[in-house]
Design a protein around this ligand. Structure first.
Ligand SMILES: Cc1ncc(COP(=O)(O)O)c(C=O)c1O
Length: 511
C-alpha cells in the first residue's frame, strides 16, 4: 500500500479545512510531506530523502526496528491501564530509576511532556503547601494552561496574555547574550543571586515559593547552557525558601549530552533535583512521558487523599517501548555516539566561526548544539532573517534544521542519536556555502572583520572531569544588558537577502 493517500495539494487543502489554524506547519509556503522515516532520515512522498537534524523525539532513530517490535509484540498480548498488576510497569520504573540518583525513586507515568510538567507542579504545590513558581525567561514547558503560565517563550507571543501573579520570571542563565556574560567572573552565582533576590521579593509581597522549574539546558530558549554550579546555588535558595527544584529533561535527557545520561548531571554530582520530568525521546515517537520524584514528595501527594489515575500512563505497551529505547541506547552506544559526533560537529562549527563573521557563538554538549548568528559580534545584533534563510536553503538541499531562541537566530541541532560524522560534514558544508553567499550579499565580511575577535579570546567555560562545556562566543558588554537589542522578528529594512527569507513565516522553530 502506498504511504501516500492523497496528492500533496489535497492534503494541504484538507489540513486547512479540518485542522486548527494555530497548528502551524514547518515551511508553510512549501510544506514537506513526510511518509516514511528510518534512522536519521525522513522521506517525502516522492521518495526524496531528508537528513533530520532536529527530531530529538526519534531518539534512537526513526522507526527503530527493536522499538517497533517491542510495541507490536506487547500490543498483541495486552494493553490496559495501570490499575492491574503488570511486570512491565515495575520493571520499567526500576530501569529508569537505575539511571538516576538513588533519591529519585518514585515514578508517575503519563503521556506527554506537558502532562509530566503539569503533574510536577501539582506535586510541588502539594508537597510545599506554597503557590509561587519561579521560571526562566524564554522557557517553554508545555501547552496546557498551567504551563503556558510558566512559559515566557509562549506568553510573550500573545498580546492578550497576562503574567500569572504566582509566576516569577528569572533571567535565563545565558552567558553569551544574557544579563551576565562570559567575562563575568562568576556568572553562576550572579544568575543564582537573581533567583535569591526574586525569592526575597516574593516573600516581601507575602508569597511563598513552591518550585523553581528549568530545563537542564534551555532548548527553545536558544540552546542555553547554564554555567556550572548555577543549579546547586538556585536549589539552595529555593529549598531554604521551602520550595523544590524541578528539572525539565523533556528535550535534553536520555544520553543526548554525551557525557551523562541526564543533562542536570552536567552541573556536578552534588546536584540532585527534587523532580525530573521526561518526555519526547522516552518513547522514540510513542506518546509517553514520566515524572520521577522522591519518596517524600510522593507521600505528600498521597496525603491529599486524592487518587491519581491516568488512563494511558504506564500501560504495558508504553512500558515495553520505553524499555526497548533504553536497551537500544545501550546496545548501540548512542550516548557515546552523541559524545563523539557531538564533539566532531562542534569542532566543525567552530571552524565556521573562524571563517564567518555571521557566526557569533557555538555552544553545545553532545548532540545538543546551537550556532548563534549575529550581524555584529560586538553588539550581538541577532541575525534573525539570515538564520531563517539558512534554514530555508538547507531545506532546499534536503536537510532539516531549525532556528530558535528569543530572536529565532540560533540554529539548533538535536538530531536522532544515530547521527554520524558524515552527516555532520554534510550539514556543515551546506551551512558554510549558505553563509558565504549571505555574507557576500550583505557585504558583511569587510564590515564585521573589524569586530571579529581574536582567536586567543575564545572562551571555554570551566572544565569538569568529563570535558569542557563548549561555548565559543565572547561577550563584550560585561554584566550589562543595556545594548542587547530587543526581539527582532522582521527582516531589517536595510538589507536585501538573496532568496527565501523575505517570504519567511518565522515558523521555523521545532520544539
Ligand atoms: C522543554 C519542554 N518541556 C515540555 C514540553 C511539552 O511536551 P509535549 O509537547 O510532549 O507536551 C516541551 C515541548 O516542546 C519542551 O520542549
Amino acid at each position: 500500500m502506498s504511504a501516500e493517500r492523497f496528492e500533496k495539494k489535497k492534503t494541504i487543502d484538507l489540513r486547512k479545512k479540518h485542522i486548527g489554524p494555530s497548528c502551524k506547519i514547518f515551511f508553510s509556503h512549501d510544506p514537506i510531506k513526510i511518509v516514511q522515516a528510518k534512522g536519521q532520515y525522513m522521506y517525502d512522498e516522492k521518495g526524496q530523502r531528508y537528513l533530520d537534524c532536529i527530531n530529538n523525539v526519534a531518539h534512537v532513530g526513526h522507526c527503530h526496528p527493536d522499538v517497533v517490535k517491542a510495541g507490536a509484540q506487547q500490543m498483541e498480548l495486552l494493553n490496559t491501564n495501570s490499575r492491574f498488576l503488570h511486570d512491565n510497569l515495575v520493571l520499567y520504573a526500576q530501569r529508569l530509576q537505575a539511571t538516576l540518583p538513588d533519591k529519585l525513586s518514585v515514578c508517575y507515568f503519563v503521556n506527554s511532556g506537558s502532562e509530566a510538567n503539569d503533574l510536577a507542579l501539582r506535586l510541588a504545590w502539594q508537597y510545599t503547601g506554597n503557590k509561587d513558581i519561579i521560571t526562566l525567561d524564554n522557557a517553554y514547558h508545555g501547552h496546557v494552561s498551567s504551563l503556558i503560565d510558566i512559559s515566557p517563550y509562549k506568553f510573550h507571543q500573545s498580546s492578550d496574555a497576562e503574567q500569572n501573579q504566582y509566576v516569577h520570571v528569572a533571567p535565563s542563565p545565558d552567558v553569551y547574550r544574557g544579563k551576565y556574560r562570559g567575562e563575568h567572573l562568576d556568572p553562576a552565582t550572579a544568575y543564582a543571586d537573581e533567583v535569591k533576590d526574586m525569592v526575597q521579593r516574593v516573600h516581601k509581597k507575602g508569597g511563598k515559593i513552591a518550585a523553581f522549574i528549568a530545563e537542564s539546558l534551555q532548548s527553545c530558549g536558544g540552546q542555553v547552557i547554564p554555567p556550572q554550579g548555577y543549579f546547586q546555588q538556585v536549589a539552595q535558595h529555593v529549598r531554604e525558601a521551602g520550595g523544590i527544584f524541578i528539572a525539565d529533561e523533556v528535550q535534553v535527557g536520555f544520553g543526548r549530552v554525551g557525557t551523562h545520561f541526564w543533562a542536570f548531571q552536567l552541573q556536578g554530582e552534588d546536584f540532585v533535583p527534587d523532580i525530573v520530568t521526561m518526555g519526547k525521546p522516552i518513547g522514540n515517537g510513542h506518546p509517553m512521558s514520566c515524572v520521577v520524584t522522591t519518596k517524600e514528595v510522593a507521600e505528600a501527594f498521597m496525603s491529599s487523599g486524592m487518587e491519581y489515575f491516568n488512563t494511558f500512563g504506564g500501560n504495558p505497551v508504553s512500558c515495553a517501548i520505553g524499555m526497548a529505547v533504553l536497551d537500544v541506547i545501550v546496545k548501540e552506544d548512542l550516548q557515546g555516539n552523541a559524545l563523539r559526533v557531538g564533539r566532531y560537529l562542534t569542532n566543525l562549527l567552530e571552524k565556521q566561526k573562524e571563517k564567518h563573521p555571521l557566526v557569533g557563538d557555538i555552544r553545545g554538549r553532545g548532540l545538543f548544539v546551537g550556532l548563534e548568528l549575529v550581524k555584529d559580534r560586538l553588539k550581538l545584533t541577532p541575525a534573525t532573517a539570515e538564520a531563517q534563510e539558512v534554514i530555508y536553503r538547507l531545506k532546499e538541499q534536503y536537510i532539516l534544521l531549525s532556528a530558535d531562541g528569543p530572536h529565532r537566530n540560533v540554529l539548533k541541532f538535536k538530531p536522532p542519536m544515530c547521527f554520524t560524522t558524515e552527516d555532520a560534514d554534510l550539514v556543515v558544508d551546506k551551512i558554510d556555502h549558505v553563509l558565504t553567499e549571505l555574507e557576500e550579499a550583505l557585504g558583511l565580511k569587510s564590515h564585521n572583520a573589524l569586530s571579529v575577535e581574536n582567536e586567543s579570546s575564545k572562551r571555554k567555560l570551566p572544565t569538569d572531569e568529563n570535558g569542557p562545556q563548549y561555548h565559543s562566543g565572547l561577550a563584550h558588554n560585561r554584566g550589562s544588558s543595556q545594548e542587547v537589542p530587543q526581539q527582532t522578528n522582521q527582516t531589517p529594512q536595510d538589507i536585501t537577502l538573496p532568496t527565501n527569507s523575505q517570504s519567511c513565516d518565522m515558523i521555523l522553530s521545532f520544539t
